[in-house]
Ligand binder design. Structure first.
Ligand code: HAM
Length: 417
């Protein structure tokens, strides 16, 4: 038997209901906050991620699904949704329309990482990106929106971590401080951190392996910010306070993508194992320019749907039941089968979900099956019903049975349904 590739998942009936619920809830939140949907291709030119996500990130360094197509172009299955959204924003000239541009997306992402609970090679994200708004109020909106979504899913006990990673003006100051701090300990650092030391010292702050080498006096982002960045961060906090949204300022939070400037945030859930980050995002005021556009501020987040579902299961969040099958048409005997078949389509065409037996089962077995699929009504047609041109309608909840002429069947069910 051929099995699914490592790190991927099937979502089968019985599991799909929670996916449909979290998707419809996300769409509702996006509608309430004024965000419009964008859909971009699942693969892009590799160059987009090299430039956009950054070549000192783990994603670009070792996690991309990159391949040459038959035309010898280098393409990559998208590892994230921000760079593609920026590309689409520019390519479709959305900057020419009303500003700010508030977009949302939903879909599969691909990263070649070692699979474990909560970490997959194909996983799903929902996310938003906002272009052309530099106001700290939009940072607070975006953060609040992600927390509002979790709340609507019934999640609680989540921790919101926020930080500011500065801008190209203050970043070199921090880089210098970090190099100075780490230079006496260079040979104690892990292989990756030695590269980070050269290329992007900011990332030294969030290495899990070298964490124990950090002491209290390690330089942090917050004590290296320029005045403008500090003011922006203070204003974001003021807006969050205005919304009574609790947060932790975590000045070691730098996130694993190179494009962030100013606000960075992450939401964690305890109890779902090592992969506790259920979402994250931040501002990326330089990314549109890096992708070939005019200077345009941007901010957004992406939330990991598999991790949201793990957390919902862990916390026992209820999922609303999906629609029940309204009608199951049972034919008692061969003669009634064609009438049952035709009737089922008439019921469906009237907009009422209906089904029937396709396995030549006995009437008893059909009734049992109708019970298993939790049908609300069973419409029974046997010889007697055929002769009378009327069906026996059984309400499966109350067990009440009514004889209804064929031509009144649809209004009868519509009335009760
Ligand atoms: P990210 O932190 O790389 O950010 O991913 C966001 C979320 O996707 C994570 O918090 C996690 O829940 C989920 N996730 C990431 N990798 C995996 C995986 N291998 N398996 C399962 N879930 C995973 C971004 O992707 C940025 N584009 C977010 C953003 C949008 N920043 C600004 N705008």
């Amino acid at each position: 038997m051929i099995t699914k590739p490592r790190g991927t998942n099937d979502i089968i009936p019985g599991e799909i209901e929670i996916w449909q619920f979290i998707e419809s809830t996300f769409r509702q939140v996006c509608r309430d906050y004024g965000y419009e949907e964008i859909r971009t291709p699942v693969f892009e030119h590799t160059e987009l991620f090299l430039r956009g996500v950054g070549d000192t990130t783990d994603i670009v360094d070792k996690e991309m699904y990159t391949f040459q197509d038959r035309g010898d172009r280098s393409l990559t299955l998208r590892p994230e949704g921000t760079a593609p959204t920026v590309r689409a924003f520019l390519e479709n000239k959305l900057q020419a329309g009303p500003q700010p541009v508030k977009l949302f997306y939903w879909g599969p992402m691909f990263r070649y990482d070692r699979p474990q609970a909560g970490r997959y090679r194909q996983f799903h994200q929902c996310g938003v990106e906002v272009f052309s708004a530099a106001d700290p109020a939009i940072d607070a909106e975006v953060i609040m929106m992600s927390m509002d979504y979790y709340r609507r899913l019934g999640l609680d006990n989540l921790a919101l971590h926020i930080n500011s990673v500065g801008c190209p003006r203050c970043r070199p100051v921090l880089h210098e401080k970090l190099r100075e701090y780490f230079s006496p300990h260079l040979d104690e650092l892990c292989h990756n951190c030695r590269t980070r030391y050269e290329k992007n010292p900011l990332r030294l702050l969030d290495c899990k392996i070298c964490e124990d080498k950090h002491t209290e006096d390690i330089p942090t982002t917050l004590n290296s910010l320029c005045n403008e960045c500090l003011e922006h961060f203070e204003a974001v906090k003021t807006y969050l306070d205005l919304l009574n949204l609790p947060y932790h300022v975590n000045n070691h939070l730098v996130r694993g993508l190179d494009y962030y400037t100013n606000t960075a945030f992450e939401i964690t859930a305890s109890h779902i194992g090592a992969q506790s980050s259920i979402g994250g995002g931040g501002r990326y005021n330089g990314l549109v320019e890096v992708c070939g556009g005019p200077p345009t501020p941007g901010i957004g987040y992406a939330l990991g749907l598999e991790r949201i579902i793990l957390t919902m299961r862990e916390q026992g969040c209820p999922v609303p039941a999906t629609d029940r099958m309204a009608v199951f048409v049972v034919n008692a005997g061969k003669a009634a089968e064609k009438t049952a078949f035709k009737l089922m389509f008439e019921i469906r065409q009237a907009g009422i979900p209906a089904d029937k037996d396709f396995l030549n089962r006995s009437m008893k077995a059909q009734m049992k099956y109708a019970g298993r699929i939790n049908a609300r009504f069973v419409v029974i047609i046997g010889d007697e019903e055929l002769a009378e041109s009327a069906a026996l309608v059984r309400n499966m909840d109350t067990k009440e049975q009514t004889k209804v002429p064929f031509d009144q069947l649809i209004p009868f069910i519509k009335d009760k349904y």
